[in-house]
Design a protein around this ligand. Structure first.
Ligand code: IPM
Ligand code: MG
Length: 363
């Protein structure tokens, strides 16, 4: 019997709806395995700006840092899309990642057998795909300085900076190697070393870290050709490690292999995951706030529910319970229930709440 405090930052759009279902499933786990999860709701994103003027307050960040784990829905709202706005919902998410030191973002891309016929790909091209993308999350283009818009005598200019230190690269490379060690022993390091200096440093440092992992087969891949490989031969890929922006783009692309963005969970960690060790982390689906779908009981909650499973595994060291959630998701999909985004002929279409109920019942 254990007690855990989980901060829930549901955020914007479909965030609250999908998070509700993940909380429902976690409560079912608590009941079955005799754990108490205390959920504490906090604001992030557009709803936080509405209430406080900031996308993430210092108080909320402190609460997140004190909790056993953070479960996040999504941030982003058309209300704040105007480029003239000083503060954006996304700033809250970036501040949370940085403020919790979550430099390692794990995004597993798994093609589930019962969904293999429901994607835009030939089933034989994607059957069995099981990729772990390790995205660097607190550096690179997202955070590098200078970063600003300004006016010169010759017009307006904007600048973002891609910056990496060798320490930042080494620690994320280690996460990639550790994961490869526990999986298929293959690591694809993705960069743009034919053009970018940060990428050339990335390659150097990855090859230095590789010396500690003689059993891992390392392959350097340029990001453009990686984008192609993901579609051309995704079954050949095991673990991918890459910089922040590349990882953002490649994982949206890779999600299509799994049928929908609504299937992809993620874990943002402050260190390499280790069986039985609790790592500080934040858990969220890779999809956005989908404002057009909000409030319609349509969104697929599976990505968030599976993020809850990752939370149990990595931050609470409850791997048996994590597996129970993953098995429940498989069981419900095997019973032919589908949300709109993964719907195909002959299947039973359900909404967000129904999908959550079904999965909770299978736990
Ligand atoms: C993601 C999202 C975020 C990102 C946005 C909402 C800031 O696209 O988690 O992939 O770019 O990291
Ligand atoms: Mg993204």
């Amino acid at each position: 019997m254990a007690q855990f405090r989980i901060v829930v930052t549901a955020g914007d759009g479909i965030g609250p709806e999908v998070v509700n279902e993940a909380v429902k499933v976690l409560k079912a786990i608590g009941k079955k395995y005799n754990h108490t999860f205390d959920f504490q709701n906090e604001l992030i994103g557009g709803v936080a700006i509405d209430a406080t003027g900031e996308a993430l307050t210092k108080e909320t960040l402190d609460e997140c840092n004190k909790a056993d784990a953070v479960l996040l829905g999504a941030v982003g709202s058309p209300k704040y899309d105007n480029p003239l706005n000083k503060v954006r919902p996304e700033d809250g998410l970036l501040a949370l990642r940085k403020g919790m030191g979550l430099y390692a973002n794990l995004r597993p891309v798994k093609v589930l057998p019962m969904l293999v016929n429901g994607t835009n790909f030939k089933p034989e091209a994607i059957r069995g795909v099981d990729i772990m993308v390790v995205r660097e999350l607190t550096g690179g283009l997202y955070f590098g300085r200078p970063k600003r818009r300004y006016t010169t005598s010759r017009g307006r200019r904007g600048v973002d900076s891609m910056v990496y230190s060798e320490q930042e690269i080494a620690r994320i490379a280690k996460v990639g190697f550790e994961l490869a060690k526990s999986r298929g022993k293959k690591l694809m390091s993705v960069d743009k070393a034919n053009v970018l200096e940060t990428s050339r440093l990335w390659r150097q440092v990855v090859s230095e870290v590789a010396k500690d992992y003689p059993d891992i087969e390392v392959e350097n891949q340029l990001v453009d050709s990686c984008a192609m490989r993901l579609i051309q031969n995704p079954r050949s890929i095991d673990v991918v490690v890459t910089e922040n922006t590349f990882g953002d783009i490649l994982t949206d692309e890779a999600s299509m292999l799994a049928g929908s963005m609504g299937m992809l969970p993620s874990a943002s960690l402050a260190g390499a995951p280790k069986e039985g060790v609790k790592v500080s982390g934040m858990y969220e689906p890779i999809h956005g706030s989908a404002p057009k779908r909000a409030g319609l009981n349509m969104a697929n909650p599976i990505a968030t529910i599976l993020s809850g499973a990752m939370m149990l595994r990595y931050s609470l060291a409850l791997s048996k319970e994590a597996k129970a959630i993953e098995d429940a998701v498989l069981a419900v999909l095997n019973d032919d229930y589908r949300t709109y985004d993964i719907m195909s002929e002959g299947m039973k279409k359900v909404g967000t709440k129904e999908m959550g109920d079904l999965i909770a019942a299978k736990v």
